[in-house]
Design a protein around this ligand. Structure first.
Ligand code: SF4
Ligand code: SF4
Length: 136
């Protein structure tokens, strides 16, 4: 239904304060959501990383910043190693890697499945249960 609550909760989860007002109004660099809601008329679609089995972003990353977490299978970006070459952005077929400004540089930013939480926050807070978390 295009409420964009997934974007809000994702942005807050990836903010320093973890507080909604501070995350939107008081933080620099501004945090950004890792799920993107695309909307066209009455249709809307929440887009996020599919944590591909054969992940083009992983193969394209020359520094090893993009890596797979062996415990969970999630594809993650190690910001320390990221040099901002944007190869991952160019090769991701879903267009879900974005540029995030940090205090020192710009790095690749993508869904990290909210590792450590029982469910990703976009799944936990979707009022219409439109986002599901399951393995294929
Ligand atoms: S960022 Fe794109 S290519 Fe990489 S695992 Fe996610 S969906 Fe696949
Ligand atoms: S932008 Fe960062 S994560 Fe993406 S390919 Fe380049 S070094 Fe790797």
């Amino acid at each position: 239904m295009g409420c964009r609550l997934c974007e809000v909760h994702c942005l807050v989860k990836h903010s320093k304060s973890q507080k909604i007002i501070k995350a939107y109004k008081g933080e620099w660099p501004k945090p950004q959501p890792r799920v993107i809601v695309e909307q066209e008329g009455y249709l809307s679609f929440a887009l996020q990383c599919r944590h591909c089995e054969e992940a083009p972003c992983l193969e394209a990353c020359l520094t090893g910043a993009m890596h797979r977490d062996h415990e969970t299978g999630a594809i993650l970006c190690d910001e320390e190693k990221c040099v901002g070459c944007w190869m991952c952005i160019m090769v991701c077929p879903f267009g879900v890697v974005t540029r995030q400004l940090t205090e020192e540089k710009k790095v690749a930013s993508k869904c990290d499945l909210c590792l450590g939480k029982e469910l990703p926050v976009c799944v936990a807070h979707c009022p219409n249960e439109a986002i599901v978390f399951e393995e294929h």
